[in-house]
Design a binder for this molecule. Structure first.
Ligand code: SAH
Ligand code: SF4
Ligand code: F3S
Length: 439
């Protein structure tokens, strides 16, 4: 009998890419992936610890999985990802149904850990630095036209609110030759779009001592690959964005005009408390430069509402910057106290009620701005890469994204999937655009 594995992924795109790698490795060990946790003999929870809510979600899922174990005592439950890296074997105490814990640095140790699990009741392996193995594993990527490709792991910024440097370790850029080889593999599997991943993707190469390579030069190499239609990269750190990179996005035909550039706060003092190394004015100048250089560029961002010490006035600076920049999308969250991070123990915590109220105001303003930035495209012809379809009243409705990452629905035919189509936009909402094939 083949073993079946079900994986639940609760984190960011990096965690999703890790899950694809985990499945790729488990396939070499005789497992096949199932979409139904009930029929699995191995359940894997790939966790996120960015906010308390993501942590709670993981443990409530584990509560549900405990019941599966009653019906199937041979079932094994594994916990990995960012909570595992941070909390280690303490997870066994809170969730005794868990059999295996591994961290973000030792995914490639899985075959070894499974062997240990044959002889031991509980296995926990968390490493501080990446696991060394000569073996080359390939990710089992989710089907579709778009693939994720991690190019830089970890983060050296240590923003005062953020767990990522503790859960992912110090910044490590992957070798360009390994990235190009993986990109070629991705293209040979039929994917048309690659999204390069990193917590600070635009810092790529900063940690190489003996190589003169950065994200712009990597993009120039990837842009030459035949069979690939589009390249994206997330997430950019404002302090690492260079004129050279802006120029590369402008010039390279496959690189899409889209930047996710988290600002976190519109107030310079709050930014300093967060240890974000830029001021409101510097961020604004950067965004204005990008907009001036690249027509139809989309800029999206993240904000935190109610960071410790944030006054009502400072919060208003975040609201005003949204109007000033006219972001295409803002992802906002209420500040959450995270263990190991400095801000978690500051005494100037904003009350739960104020954080929620500010978050609501922020989200309302963000939606208005997204709508306005989508309405700019009414009557315009945009290049769409359709990746899925559905039948509606006998018609085929295709869905895809523009180069600047807007979702577009339009009537077409299935043979148009995974090809560039020019679409004239006639309707705009917060969530998407609607259009028809341009004449
Ligand atoms: N590396 C990216 C962000 C990664 S975390 C960057 O530097 O911009 C994704 C987002 O989660 C962050 O942009 C931030 O807005 C949010 N976030 C991180 N820690 C948080 C916390 N403690 N409380 C609330 N939101 C947080
Ligand atoms: Fe976290 Fe800051 Fe690093 Fe982003 S740059 S991952 S917010 S520490
Ligand atoms: Fe969460 Fe870890 Fe990503 S904390 S946001 S899964 S890097």
């Amino acid at each position: 009998m083949r073993e079946k594995v079900y994986i639940e992924t609760l984190g960011c795109q990096m965690n999703r890419a890790d899950s694809e790698k985990i499945i790729g490795i488990l396939e070499t060990q005789g497992y096949t992936k199932t979409n139904s946790p009930e029929e699995a003999n191995l359940l894997v929870m790939n966790t996120c610890s960015i906010r308390a809510a993501s942590e709670n979600k993981a443990f409530s899922h584990l509560g549900i999985w405990k019941k599966f174990k009653k019906n199937n005592p041979a079932l094994k439950i594994a916990v990995c990802g960012c909570i595992a890296q941070q909390t280690k074997e303490k997870i066994f105490k809170r969730a005794p149904q868990v059999d295996l814990i591994f961290g973000t640095h030792n995914i490639e140790e899985i075959p070894e850990l499974l062997k240990q699990l044959d002889n031991q009741e509980k296995v926990c392996s968390i490493l501080k630095t990446p696991y060394n193995t000569e073996e080359k594993f390939y990710s089992k990527r989710t089907e579709g036209i778009s693939a994720w490709l991690p190019i830089i792991e970890g983060c050296d910024y240590f923003c005062t609110y953020c767990v990522v440097p503790y859960t992912r370790g110090r910044q490590r850029s992957r070798l360009p030759e390994d990235i190009i080889e993986e990109a070629q593999q991705i293209i040979s599997e039929g994917f048309k779009e690659i999204t390069l991943l990193g917590q600070t993707v635009d810092s790529y190469g900063n940690d190489f001592k003996d190589k003169n390579i950065n994200l712009s030069s990597l993009l120039r190499e990837l842009n030459k690959l035949n069979g690939l239609l589009r390249i994206r990269f997330v997430t950019s750190h404002p302090a690492d964005m260079t004129d050279e990179l802006i120029k590369a996005v402008k010039e390279l035909d496959k690189v899409c005009e889209y930047f996710h550039l988290p600002m976190q706060s519109g107030n310079t003092e709050v930014l300093a408390n967060m240890k974000r190394p830029y001021t409101r004015e510097e961020y604004l100048n950067l965004v204005n430069k990008i907009k001036a250089e690249i027509p139809d560029v989309a800029i999206t961002t993240d904000f935190i509402a109610g960071f410790p010490g944030e006054t009502e006035e400072q919060f208003n600076d975040t609201l005003s910057i949204i109007d000033e920049v006219m972001f295409d999308q803002c992802i906002a969250a209420a500040y959450s106290q995270r263990k190991q991070t400095p801000a978690a123990v500051w005494k100037e915590q904003v009350s739960y009620e104020d954080k929620k109220r500010r978050l609501n105001i922020l989200n309302t303003k963000a939606k208005e701005t997204t709508l306005k930035s989508n309405e700019k495209y009414l009557g315009r012809i945009l290049q769409v890469l359709p990746d899925s379809w559905k039948e509606e009243k006998g018609k085929i409705i295709l869905t895809g994204k523009t180069r600047n990452n807007k979702i577009v629905h339009f009537e077409g035919s299935k043979d148009m999937l995974a090809t560039h189509i020019n679409v004239e936009i006639y309707e705009a909402s917060i969530w998407c655009l609607k259009g028809e094939i341009a004449p």
